[in-house]
Design a protein around this ligand. Structure first.
Ligand SMILES: [Zn+2]
Length: 103
């Protein structure tokens, strides 16, 4: 099979044309800023009518889910880490700064 390639708009490396035509991505996998999706299992219903399900989440949804879960249980807030893949250069304190939560 011959895969037609086009240049990534960021790094100019070849990427499959299908990536743009079918999924609308203009950049290659390496240049993508979309994080990995997460999944959680949920328990639904009760008694004899209990079932498990899987909920897919974007990284942002998963983050807010974890915060909500922690605050519901009364846990301490989960420390956040800066995402240095998207660093804008404004933080000069070095990697892995733990940030305080704001409500
Ligand atoms: Zn690229």
């Amino acid at each position: 099979m011959n895969i037609e390639m086009i240049p990534c708009i960021k790094c100019k490396q070849d990427m499959p044309k299908l990536r743009l035509e079918k999924y609308g991505y203009k950049s290659c996998v390496n240049c993508s800023t979309t994080g990995a999706y997460r999944a959680i299992t949920t328990v639904n219903g009760e008694g004899d009518h209990t079932w498990n399900d899987i909920q897919l989440m974007t990284p942002e949804q998963y983050d807010s889910y974890r915060r909500l879960e922690a605050s519901t249980r009364g846990d301490k807030p989960i420390p956040e880490f800066n995402n240095y893949d998207e660093d804008d250069g404004s933080n000069l304190q070095g990697p892995f700064i733990i940030q305080e939560f704001e409500d």
